[in-house]
Design a protein around this ligand. Structure first.
Ligand code: AMP
Ligand code: MG
Length: 398
């Protein structure tokens, strides 16, 4: 059995970013940038007014000035502001020749072509200088970052309408088990609805993957081998659930061993000891255990970082923080265990409450969880009030 850290290192060492593609900037939301984006010009390109008011020479104190006319955003002035004169200007208007500052309209009153300026103003006041927002040659977005709404706006403002990004990894999900029925069926005695497949599909999508194949198969060597071969066609990642433990119907490991190179097949990890990682050509194959909780937690800890790194993300791990336990926790004797919890911010510290019985079959222990407690192996229970590390996997609540 290898450790969680060794397993993760082995996976990430084989998850090199996919070859970049180019997309329209409006389709780039949520994708990862494959090259730095540099501004080709200063922004603003010349000084602009930050407010509605009057463009003037600097004034030591109150004054009254002759109004030359009006300048709105987008217009270029043909008039020059001389001492004793002012030009009415709107927010975003280009500072006219001769002007040194803009007096806010609130500090003025205008009558019969003359404006009273109620207080003095220094050069540069209420003016956005050239390059305030961006300098020419400045890196505005960095390769390896996921593009959010502000970034899409930035691409628009620098005129970068075609964007180099990493493609979404193509993912196949295969559930295995004689006992599985489809979610719209009523399971006969001894069977249950396939939930792991759908949770894994959703998790892979959340992590930026594109599902290109999905299916399920019964525990039959020929059937499963056929499905694995089919699922592997043209994918970057294949995720299977079930059939990797020690039971007589656990057929996935030998099938994967025949089709690729097994990197590891057992880890000191709870829930998910039988996690199997295989490489087949350029494809990564993750054999996850079938229990819904085991499959989702192993996905979270091992598959998600791989999917993120394939997309070129530089930071692929969840934030790891210290939390205070609200109740006692019993560690596993020999394996690092990830327990599901609700983490909240209370009186200046993060506290964690368990989601209840941590059985691998109990999907309800994942519902509503936003954290995974990292419980080191041992014999002694951790008392309420102890502090331990946790991964923040969802929205932090207060
Ligand atoms: P396995 O990992 O194949 O030994 O499966 C262990 C247990 O997980 C099975 O007995 C089922 O109760 C459950 N299980 C396996 N696959 C699924 C699935 N796709 N959806 C829901 N439960 C599953
Ligand atoms: Mg099974």
């Amino acid at each position: 059995m290898i450790s969680v850290a060794e397993a993760l290192a082995a996976i990430l060492a084989r998850s090199a970013p996919l070859a970049p593609i180019e997309v329209d900037f409006q389709d780039a939301l949520g994708m990862v940038l494959a090259a730095d984006i540099v501004s080709r010009e200063d922004l603003p390109t010349s000084p602009r007014s930050a407010v509605d008011g009057y463009a003037v020479r600097a004034l030591p104190g109150p004054d009254s000035l002759r109004v030359l006319g009006e300048l709105t955003a987008g217009q270029v002035s043909t008039m020059t502001v001389e001492p004793g004169t002012a030009l009415r200007i709107m927010t975003g208007g280009l500072l006219p020749p001769g002007a040194e500052a803009v007096v806010m309209v609130e500090d003025t009153s205008e009558q019969d072509g003359v404006v009273e300026i109620k207080r003095g103003i220094g050069a540069g006041d209420n003016v956005q200088p050239t390059g305030l927002d961006l300098r020419q040659g400045q890196t505005v977005l960095t390769a390896g970052q996921r593009l959010g709404s502000a970034d899409i706006g930035m691409l628009a403002s620098v005129g970068q309408t075609r964007v180099p990004v990493y493609p979404r990894p193509r993912v196949a999900v295969l559930a295995t088990g004689d006992e599985l029925v489809e979610p719209d069926q009523d399971p006969p005695e001894g069977s249950l609805r396939d939930s792991s497949r759908f949770a894994l599909i959703a998790a892979a999508r959340e992590a930026g993957g594109e599902i290109v194949w999905q299916g399920s198969g019964r525990d039959d060597r020929a059937v499963l081998e056929g499905l694995v071969r089919e699922a592997l066609k043209g994918v970057d990642v294949l995720i299977t659930s079930g059939g990797v433990s020690m039971g007589t119907r656990d057929l996935i490991k030998p099938i994967l061993a025949e089709l690729g190179d097994v990197q590891f097949g057992r880890i000191a990890f709870k829930p998910g000891k039988p996690l199997t990682f295989v490489t087949a050509g350029r494809a990564l194959i993750f054999g996850l255990p079938g229990y819904p909780v085991s499959s989702l937690v192993t996905f979270e800890i091992f598959v998600r970082p791989a999917l993120l790194q394939l997309q070129g993300l530089r930071r692929v791990l969840r934030p790891r923080v210290e939390v205070e336990l609200q109740h006692a926790v019993q560690p596993d004797r020999s394996r690092l265990e990830y327990q599901r919890a609700v983490v909240t911010w209370e009186n200046g510290r993060l506290v964690a409450a368990s989601t209840g019985i941590q059985s691998s079959s109990r999907l309800a222990s994942m519902v509503g969880a936003n954290g995974l407690l990292e419980v080191e192996p041992g014999d002694t229970p951790l008392a309420a009030g102890s502090r331990l590390p946790a991964l923040i996997t969802g929205d932090l609540l207060d």
